[in-house]
Design a protein around this ligand. Sequence first.
Ligand SMILES: Nc1nc2c(c(=O)[nH]1)N[C@H]1C(S)=C(S)[C@@H](COP(=O)(O)O)O[C@H]1N2
Ligand SMILES: [Mo]
Length: 209
Amino acid sequence: MGQHEREQLQPTDPRLPPGQRLQRGWPVLHYGPVPRFKPLTWDFQVFGATASAEKASWDFEGFHALPRTTVHGDFHCVTRFSMLGSEWGGVSAATVLDLVPPAPDVTHVMVWAEYGYSSNLRLADFADPRTVFATHRNGEPLTVEHGFPVRLVVPHLYAWKGPKWVRAVEYMRADRRGFWEERGYHNLADPWAEQRYSYQEEPGDGPLR
Ligand SMILES: Nc1nc2c(c(=O)[nH]1)N[C@H]1C(S)=C(S)[C@@H](COP(=O)(O)O)O[C@H]1N2
Ligand SMILES: [Mo]
C-alpha cells in the first residue's frame, strides 16, 4: 500500500499532538470515587497569597452568577486519547484572577478538588484565556462523572491539569507538585512537547522532588 493510500485510511488532524489518537465519545477517567454533590455546603474558595490576604469564596448560587464565557478547546489525556473541538462554557480563570487578584509575587496556583485531588499550574497557564472553570460542554451541563458542578479545562495542557469537582484555587509564591505531578507525571504537561513524565523534566521545569 502506498503512502498516499495509507494517509487516506488514517487521516491525521493537525490539532492532534504527537503520540495522541482520536477517541470516539468522551471516556470517563479519574482516580477514586465520584463525589456526591452537596448543594448546601458546596463552595468555591480562593485562598493563599491573595492581594488582600483575605480568602474569598462563593456558594453554588454565587459561583453560577459570575460572568460567563465559552471557549473552544481540545482535550488530551496522557493515556493518548484526544477529543477535539469541544465548546466549554463556564467561568474563565482570568475572571477569577480579576475578581480575586493574587499578590504581586504569586507565580503558581494549585487547583483543588474533592477528596484532595490537586494540580499545579504556572500562573501564565492558569491566566491563559482558554483556561476555564467549565460547567458545560457543547451547551450541555457536565455530568457528575465529568466533574459536575465544575471542573477546570486547560486545553493547551494534558487533561490531568484539569481537576474535576473543583472546590478551591490556592495562589502560591512558589511551585509545588499536585496529585499526579507528585506521582511521576510531568510538572508542565505540554502535549505538543510530549511532556508526559517527570523523568523528562529539564532543570527549572519543576520544584525539586
Ligand atoms: N478530581 C479529579 N480530576 C481529574 C482526575 C482525577 O483523577 N480526579 N483525572 C484527570 C485526568 S488524568 C483526566 S484525563 C481527566 C479526564 O476527564 P474526563 O473523565 O471528563 O474525561 O480528568 C482529570 N481530572
Ligand atoms: Mo488523563
